[in-house]
Write a protein that binds this ligand. Sequence first.
Ligand code: ZN
Length: 363
Amino acid sequence: MSKLKDFNGTIKYTDLEGQNLRSSNYNKGVFIKATEYNNNDKSKAPSVGPVVYIPILIFRTIDHYNLGWNGATGDFLGAWYKNSTYDNYRIVYVSIETGMVEGGTYHEHYAEPEFINAHGAGSLPDIDTHVEEIIIDTSFKNNDCLNDVFNKFSAGDNRISDYIGNFIPEGSAANLTLVTDDDFSDHFDPEYWSAGAVTSEPENYMITITFNTDPNLPSSVGNFSSIILATEFMHEMIHAEMYRKLLAHAQQPEIPWTEEFIHSLKNDFNGLADYYTRWWLERDPNLPATSAQHQLMAEHYIDIMADALSDYDDNQHSQEFYEALSWIGLKEDTVAWNNLSPEQQAYINSQIQNTMQNGPCTN
Ligand SMILES: [Zn+2]
Protein backbone atom coordinates (compact mmCIF):
# COMPACT_ATOMS: atom_id res chain seq x y z
CA MET A 1 0.00 0.00 0.00
CA SER A 2 1.47 3.31 -0.98
CA LYS A 3 -1.52 5.59 -1.22
CA LEU A 4 -4.32 6.14 1.19
CA LYS A 5 -6.87 5.36 -1.50
CA ASP A 6 -5.44 1.84 -1.66
CA PHE A 7 -5.84 1.25 2.04
CA ASN A 8 -8.27 -1.44 3.07
CA GLY A 9 -8.10 -2.26 6.70
CA THR A 10 -8.50 -1.30 10.29
CA ILE A 11 -6.71 1.21 12.42
CA LYS A 12 -6.77 0.15 16.03
CA TYR A 13 -6.01 2.14 19.13
CA THR A 14 -4.96 0.11 22.14
CA ASP A 15 -3.19 0.69 25.39
CA LEU A 16 -0.24 -1.27 26.75
CA GLU A 17 -2.39 -4.01 28.20
CA GLY A 18 -4.02 -4.76 24.88
CA GLN A 19 -7.14 -2.96 25.93
CA ASN A 20 -9.04 -1.75 22.91
CA LEU A 21 -9.76 1.95 22.91
CA ARG A 22 -11.06 2.52 19.42
CA SER A 23 -10.94 1.02 15.97
CA SER A 24 -11.82 2.51 12.63
CA ASN A 25 -12.34 0.70 9.36
CA TYR A 26 -11.38 1.93 5.91
CA ASN A 27 -12.30 0.66 2.49
CA LYS A 28 -10.23 2.00 -0.43
CA GLY A 29 -9.13 4.83 1.81
CA VAL A 30 -12.65 5.78 2.72
CA PHE A 31 -13.55 5.82 6.38
CA ILE A 32 -16.33 3.28 6.98
CA LYS A 33 -16.96 3.11 10.68
CA ALA A 34 -15.39 3.53 14.08
CA THR A 35 -15.95 1.46 17.15
CA GLU A 36 -15.37 2.86 20.60
CA TYR A 37 -14.74 0.29 23.29
CA ASN A 38 -15.74 0.48 26.88
CA ASN A 39 -13.29 -0.36 29.58
CA ASN A 40 -13.63 -4.11 29.77
CA ASP A 41 -13.25 -4.93 26.10
CA LYS A 42 -9.86 -6.46 25.61
CA SER A 43 -8.36 -8.69 23.05
CA LYS A 44 -5.03 -10.10 22.31
CA ALA A 45 -3.90 -7.57 19.81
CA PRO A 46 -3.53 -8.13 16.97
CA SER A 47 -6.20 -10.70 16.29
CA VAL A 48 -5.37 -11.15 12.62
CA GLY A 49 -3.19 -9.53 10.04
CA PRO A 50 0.35 -8.23 9.89
CA VAL A 51 0.50 -5.25 12.13
CA VAL A 52 2.57 -2.15 12.60
CA TYR A 53 2.30 -0.49 15.98
CA ILE A 54 2.85 3.20 16.29
CA PRO A 55 3.30 4.29 19.86
CA ILE A 56 2.01 7.71 20.75
CA LEU A 57 2.93 9.30 24.04
CA ILE A 58 0.36 11.61 25.48
CA PHE A 59 1.68 13.87 28.21
CA ARG A 60 -0.26 15.53 30.90
CA THR A 61 1.16 18.74 32.20
CA ILE A 62 -0.04 21.02 34.91
CA ASP A 63 -0.16 24.71 34.15
CA HIS A 64 0.69 26.98 37.05
CA TYR A 65 -0.64 30.50 37.43
CA ASN A 66 0.14 33.37 39.72
CA LEU A 67 -2.98 34.89 41.15
CA GLY A 68 -3.15 38.58 42.02
CA TRP A 69 -5.29 40.59 44.38
CA ASN A 70 -5.46 44.29 45.00
CA GLY A 71 -3.88 44.70 48.46
CA ALA A 72 -6.05 47.66 49.37
CA THR A 73 -9.46 46.54 48.18
CA GLY A 74 -8.97 42.77 48.18
CA ASP A 75 -10.35 42.64 44.65
CA PHE A 76 -9.22 39.73 42.52
CA LEU A 77 -7.15 41.13 39.69
CA GLY A 78 -6.43 38.07 37.60
CA ALA A 79 -4.25 35.04 36.91
CA TRP A 80 -0.93 35.16 35.07
CA TYR A 81 0.54 32.08 33.50
CA LYS A 82 3.79 31.16 35.20
CA ASN A 83 4.95 27.79 33.88
CA SER A 84 3.96 24.19 33.26
CA THR A 85 5.28 21.10 34.93
CA TYR A 86 5.24 17.55 33.71
CA ASP A 87 2.69 15.44 35.55
CA ASN A 88 2.15 12.13 33.86
CA TYR A 89 2.08 10.34 30.56
CA ARG A 90 -0.02 7.75 28.87
CA ILE A 91 0.84 5.62 25.89
CA VAL A 92 -1.68 4.84 23.21
CA TYR A 93 -0.80 2.49 20.40
CA VAL A 94 -2.13 2.84 16.95
CA SER A 95 -1.98 -0.30 14.88
CA ILE A 96 -2.82 -0.73 11.26
CA GLU A 97 -4.00 -4.10 10.04
CA THR A 98 -3.95 -4.95 6.38
CA GLY A 99 -3.72 -8.07 4.30
CA MET A 100 -5.57 -10.17 6.84
CA VAL A 101 -5.49 -13.88 6.35
CA GLU A 102 -8.57 -15.64 7.61
CA GLY A 103 -7.64 -18.00 10.38
CA GLY A 104 -4.11 -16.66 10.55
CA THR A 105 -2.49 -16.18 13.91
CA TYR A 106 0.09 -13.52 14.47
CA HIS A 107 2.25 -12.55 17.32
CA GLU A 108 3.80 -9.14 17.62
CA HIS A 109 5.61 -6.93 20.02
CA TYR A 110 4.94 -3.30 20.51
CA ALA A 111 7.69 -0.95 19.45
CA GLU A 112 9.48 0.62 22.36
CA PRO A 113 8.21 4.18 22.49
CA GLU A 114 10.71 6.99 22.48
CA PHE A 115 10.49 9.32 25.37
CA ILE A 116 10.20 12.87 24.25
CA ASN A 117 9.22 15.23 26.96
CA ALA A 118 9.10 18.91 26.29
CA HIS A 119 9.24 19.55 29.99
CA GLY A 120 12.30 17.40 30.55
CA ALA A 121 11.01 15.45 33.50
CA GLY A 122 12.10 11.96 34.32
CA SER A 123 12.74 8.99 32.10
CA LEU A 124 10.44 6.28 30.91
CA PRO A 125 10.26 3.22 33.16
CA ASP A 126 10.87 -0.22 31.67
CA ILE A 127 7.88 -1.19 29.64
CA ASP A 128 6.79 -4.68 28.76
CA THR A 129 6.19 -4.39 25.06
CA HIS A 130 4.87 -7.92 24.82
CA VAL A 131 1.31 -8.18 23.62
CA GLU A 132 -0.78 -9.96 26.23
CA GLU A 133 -1.59 -13.50 25.20
CA ILE A 134 -3.56 -14.38 28.26
CA ILE A 135 -6.29 -11.85 28.68
CA ILE A 136 -6.94 -11.15 32.30
CA ASP A 137 -10.15 -9.26 32.56
CA THR A 138 -10.32 -6.35 34.98
CA SER A 139 -12.93 -8.29 36.98
CA PHE A 140 -10.41 -11.10 37.51
CA LYS A 141 -7.52 -8.74 38.17
CA ASN A 142 -9.57 -6.94 40.80
CA ASN A 143 -10.26 -10.19 42.63
CA ASP A 144 -7.12 -10.36 44.76
CA CYS A 145 -7.67 -13.98 45.78
CA LEU A 146 -8.02 -15.27 42.22
CA ASN A 147 -5.27 -13.00 40.93
CA ASP A 148 -2.90 -14.38 43.57
CA VAL A 149 -3.77 -17.95 42.55
CA PHE A 150 -3.04 -17.15 38.91
CA ASN A 151 0.22 -15.37 39.70
CA LYS A 152 1.42 -18.15 41.96
CA PHE A 153 0.68 -20.85 39.41
CA SER A 154 2.29 -18.72 36.68
CA ALA A 155 5.47 -18.42 38.71
CA GLY A 156 5.43 -22.05 39.82
CA ASP A 157 7.23 -25.10 38.52
CA ASN A 158 4.44 -27.57 37.89
CA ARG A 159 2.20 -28.89 35.17
CA ILE A 160 -0.37 -26.12 35.58
CA SER A 161 2.40 -23.50 35.18
CA ASP A 162 3.31 -25.32 31.95
CA TYR A 163 -0.29 -25.16 30.75
CA ILE A 164 -0.40 -21.42 31.40
CA GLY A 165 2.88 -21.12 29.51
CA ASN A 166 1.42 -22.99 26.53
CA PHE A 167 -0.81 -20.02 25.79
CA ILE A 168 2.17 -17.64 25.61
CA PRO A 169 4.45 -18.72 22.76
CA GLU A 170 4.66 -17.27 19.35
CA GLY A 171 2.11 -18.78 17.02
CA SER A 172 -0.07 -20.17 19.81
CA ALA A 173 -3.30 -21.03 18.05
CA ALA A 174 -5.43 -20.53 21.13
CA ASN A 175 -6.05 -17.56 23.37
CA LEU A 176 -7.18 -17.65 26.96
CA THR A 177 -9.35 -15.21 28.88
CA LEU A 178 -9.78 -15.20 32.65
CA VAL A 179 -12.90 -13.44 33.88
CA THR A 180 -15.26 -13.42 36.85
CA ASP A 181 -19.03 -13.14 36.74
CA ASP A 182 -21.20 -11.68 39.52
CA ASP A 183 -24.30 -12.73 37.57
CA PHE A 184 -23.21 -16.29 37.02
CA SER A 185 -26.70 -17.66 37.71
CA ASP A 186 -28.19 -15.44 35.00
CA HIS A 187 -25.54 -16.25 32.44
CA PHE A 188 -25.17 -20.01 32.89
CA ASP A 189 -27.66 -22.86 32.91
CA PRO A 190 -28.67 -24.32 36.30
CA GLU A 191 -26.53 -27.42 35.67
CA TYR A 192 -23.48 -25.17 36.18
CA TRP A 193 -24.68 -23.41 39.30
CA SER A 194 -22.78 -25.72 41.62
CA ALA A 195 -19.51 -25.01 39.78
CA GLY A 196 -16.90 -22.54 40.99
CA ALA A 197 -15.88 -21.91 37.39
CA VAL A 198 -16.66 -22.93 33.85
CA THR A 199 -14.30 -23.30 30.90
CA SER A 200 -16.01 -22.50 27.62
CA GLU A 201 -14.91 -24.32 24.52
CA PRO A 202 -13.07 -22.23 21.94
CA GLU A 203 -14.90 -19.60 19.97
CA ASN A 204 -12.83 -17.81 17.37
CA TYR A 205 -9.65 -19.20 18.98
CA MET A 206 -10.69 -17.89 22.41
CA ILE A 207 -11.05 -20.17 25.41
CA THR A 208 -12.69 -18.45 28.36
CA ILE A 209 -12.57 -19.46 32.01
CA THR A 210 -15.38 -17.76 33.92
CA PHE A 211 -15.17 -17.83 37.71
CA ASN A 212 -18.40 -17.78 39.62
CA THR A 213 -18.51 -14.75 41.94
CA ASP A 214 -22.30 -14.67 42.14
CA PRO A 215 -23.28 -13.67 45.69
CA ASN A 216 -26.55 -15.60 45.24
CA LEU A 217 -24.80 -18.92 44.75
CA PRO A 218 -23.20 -20.95 47.58
CA SER A 219 -20.66 -22.18 45.00
CA SER A 220 -19.28 -18.64 44.50
CA VAL A 221 -15.49 -18.58 44.79
CA GLY A 222 -16.02 -15.77 47.30
CA ASN A 223 -17.01 -18.42 49.87
CA PHE A 224 -13.84 -20.47 49.78
CA SER A 225 -10.23 -20.49 50.87
CA SER A 226 -7.26 -20.01 48.56
CA ILE A 227 -6.46 -23.72 48.35
CA ILE A 228 -9.98 -24.45 47.07
CA LEU A 229 -9.70 -21.61 44.53
CA ALA A 230 -6.33 -23.02 43.47
CA THR A 231 -7.92 -26.45 43.00
CA GLU A 232 -10.72 -25.00 40.90
CA PHE A 233 -8.27 -22.91 38.86
CA MET A 234 -6.16 -26.02 38.25
CA HIS A 235 -9.18 -28.07 37.18
CA GLU A 236 -10.24 -25.39 34.67
CA MET A 237 -6.69 -24.97 33.33
CA ILE A 238 -6.71 -28.68 32.46
CA HIS A 239 -9.95 -28.21 30.50
CA ALA A 240 -8.36 -25.18 28.82
CA GLU A 241 -5.25 -27.18 27.93
CA MET A 242 -7.35 -29.98 26.45
CA TYR A 243 -9.30 -27.49 24.36
CA ARG A 244 -6.03 -25.85 23.33
CA LYS A 245 -4.73 -29.20 22.08
CA LEU A 246 -7.95 -29.91 20.20
CA LEU A 247 -7.81 -26.48 18.61
CA ALA A 248 -4.14 -26.83 17.69
CA HIS A 249 -4.98 -30.10 15.96
CA ALA A 250 -8.07 -28.66 14.26
CA GLN A 251 -6.25 -25.60 12.87
CA GLN A 252 -9.59 -23.83 12.89
CA PRO A 253 -11.17 -21.13 15.07
CA GLU A 254 -13.56 -23.69 16.58
CA ILE A 255 -13.36 -27.41 17.29
CA PRO A 256 -15.13 -29.40 14.58
CA TRP A 257 -17.00 -31.99 16.63
CA THR A 258 -17.13 -34.70 13.99
CA GLU A 259 -16.31 -38.39 14.11
CA GLU A 260 -13.52 -37.86 11.57
CA PHE A 261 -12.00 -35.16 13.72
CA ILE A 262 -12.00 -37.36 16.83
CA HIS A 263 -10.41 -40.22 14.89
CA SER A 264 -7.84 -37.88 13.39
CA LEU A 265 -6.59 -37.05 16.90
CA LYS A 266 -5.02 -40.49 17.27
CA ASN A 267 -1.56 -39.57 16.04
CA ASP A 268 -1.19 -36.31 17.93
CA PHE A 269 -3.27 -36.79 21.06
CA ASN A 270 -4.04 -40.43 21.61
CA GLY A 271 -5.51 -39.94 25.09
CA LEU A 272 -8.04 -37.40 23.89
CA ALA A 273 -8.87 -39.56 20.85
CA ASP A 274 -9.44 -42.56 23.10
CA TYR A 275 -11.62 -40.78 25.68
CA TYR A 276 -13.65 -38.84 23.13
CA THR A 277 -14.24 -42.09 21.26
CA ARG A 278 -15.31 -44.07 24.30
CA TRP A 279 -17.13 -41.32 26.19
CA TRP A 280 -18.67 -39.34 23.41
CA LEU A 281 -18.77 -41.01 19.99
CA GLU A 282 -19.73 -44.39 21.41
CA ARG A 283 -22.16 -42.86 23.88
CA ASP A 284 -24.55 -39.99 23.74
CA PRO A 285 -23.31 -37.25 21.39
CA ASN A 286 -25.46 -34.84 23.36
CA LEU A 287 -23.26 -35.21 26.42
CA PRO A 288 -21.38 -32.03 27.25
CA ALA A 289 -17.88 -31.79 25.77
CA THR A 290 -16.44 -31.91 29.28
CA SER A 291 -17.75 -35.41 30.12
CA ALA A 292 -14.97 -37.20 28.26
CA GLN A 293 -12.47 -34.73 29.73
CA HIS A 294 -13.69 -35.50 33.26
CA GLN A 295 -13.30 -39.25 32.69
CA LEU A 296 -9.78 -38.64 31.42
CA MET A 297 -8.90 -36.32 34.29
CA ALA A 298 -10.26 -38.69 36.94
CA GLU A 299 -8.32 -41.62 35.47
CA HIS A 300 -5.01 -39.98 34.60
CA TYR A 301 -4.68 -36.52 36.14
CA ILE A 302 -5.12 -36.99 39.91
CA ASP A 303 -1.36 -37.41 40.48
CA ILE A 304 -0.54 -34.53 38.14
CA MET A 305 -2.98 -32.28 39.99
CA ALA A 306 -1.81 -33.38 43.44
CA ASP A 307 1.80 -32.60 42.49
CA ALA A 308 0.86 -29.21 41.06
CA LEU A 309 -1.23 -28.33 44.09
CA SER A 310 1.57 -29.40 46.40
CA ASP A 311 4.00 -27.16 44.52
CA TYR A 312 1.49 -24.31 44.64
CA ASP A 313 0.98 -24.80 48.39
CA ASP A 314 4.69 -25.10 49.20
CA ASN A 315 4.19 -28.75 50.27
CA GLN A 316 2.50 -27.77 53.51
CA HIS A 317 0.26 -30.83 53.58
CA SER A 318 0.49 -34.51 52.77
CA GLN A 319 0.28 -35.89 49.25
CA GLU A 320 -2.97 -37.67 50.28
CA PHE A 321 -4.50 -34.31 51.14
CA TYR A 322 -3.65 -32.82 47.73
CA GLU A 323 -4.87 -35.97 45.98
CA ALA A 324 -8.17 -35.73 47.84
CA LEU A 325 -8.71 -32.10 46.81
CA SER A 326 -7.92 -32.99 43.20
CA TRP A 327 -11.12 -35.04 43.11
CA ILE A 328 -13.24 -31.89 43.37
CA GLY A 329 -15.42 -31.81 40.26
CA LEU A 330 -14.51 -35.38 39.25
CA LYS A 331 -16.67 -37.50 41.53
CA GLU A 332 -19.87 -37.49 39.55
CA ASP A 333 -20.30 -40.39 37.13
CA THR A 334 -16.62 -40.99 36.58
CA VAL A 335 -15.43 -44.58 36.33
CA ALA A 336 -12.25 -43.84 38.26
CA TRP A 337 -14.23 -42.50 41.23
CA ASN A 338 -16.63 -45.42 41.19
CA ASN A 339 -13.67 -47.80 41.22
CA LEU A 340 -12.38 -46.40 44.52
CA SER A 341 -13.20 -48.33 47.67
CA PRO A 342 -15.87 -46.91 50.02
CA GLU A 343 -13.07 -46.19 52.53
CA GLN A 344 -11.06 -44.22 49.96
CA GLN A 345 -14.14 -42.29 48.92
CA ALA A 346 -15.00 -41.51 52.55
CA TYR A 347 -11.47 -40.24 53.24
CA ILE A 348 -11.49 -38.01 50.15
CA ASN A 349 -14.96 -36.65 50.96
CA SER A 350 -13.99 -35.80 54.52
CA GLN A 351 -10.83 -34.00 53.39
CA ILE A 352 -12.79 -31.99 50.83
CA GLN A 353 -15.58 -31.13 53.25
CA ASN A 354 -13.19 -30.04 56.01
CA THR A 355 -11.23 -27.83 53.64
CA MET A 356 -14.36 -26.31 52.18
CA GLN A 357 -15.47 -25.29 55.65
CA ASN A 358 -12.37 -23.17 56.17
CA GLY A 359 -13.12 -19.49 56.05
CA PRO A 360 -13.05 -17.68 52.72
CA CYS A 361 -9.90 -16.20 51.25
CA THR A 362 -9.53 -12.70 52.67
CA ASN A 363 -6.74 -11.19 50.60
ZN1 ZN B 1 -14.63 -29.75 34.84
